[in-house]
Write a protein that binds this ligand. Sequence first.
Ligand SMILES: [Zn+2]
Length: 105
Amino acid sequence: MKTLDSLMVNATEYNLLRYAAGQNICCPACGAIMDCRKTVIATVYGTPKGKAEKIASQYVQCDKCWEERKHHLENGVKAAQAKMPDAKIRVELVDGRDARFNDLE
Ligand SMILES: [Zn+2]
């Protein structure tokens, strides 16, 4: 069951990457043509104390821009967490370079 779940997650996330690359066409940061295998989607989830988790923000960019800029997101999350110690903040990445997508092309 666990294997089936991960296969479904991989297929779903691969389609998400394809959708994000197709929607953006060009990287919003550098203007390079998007390719789903070179696309990174970063989603920031926040759970305020006593409330349900929701998406706080989401970023789509090419792999090169992600590598150059990911520290900004990490620092922003740390600063937000420091301001709201009772909230739970987490980042989920879908990285098109991930080998788990190799069989889906
Ligand atoms: Zn870029």
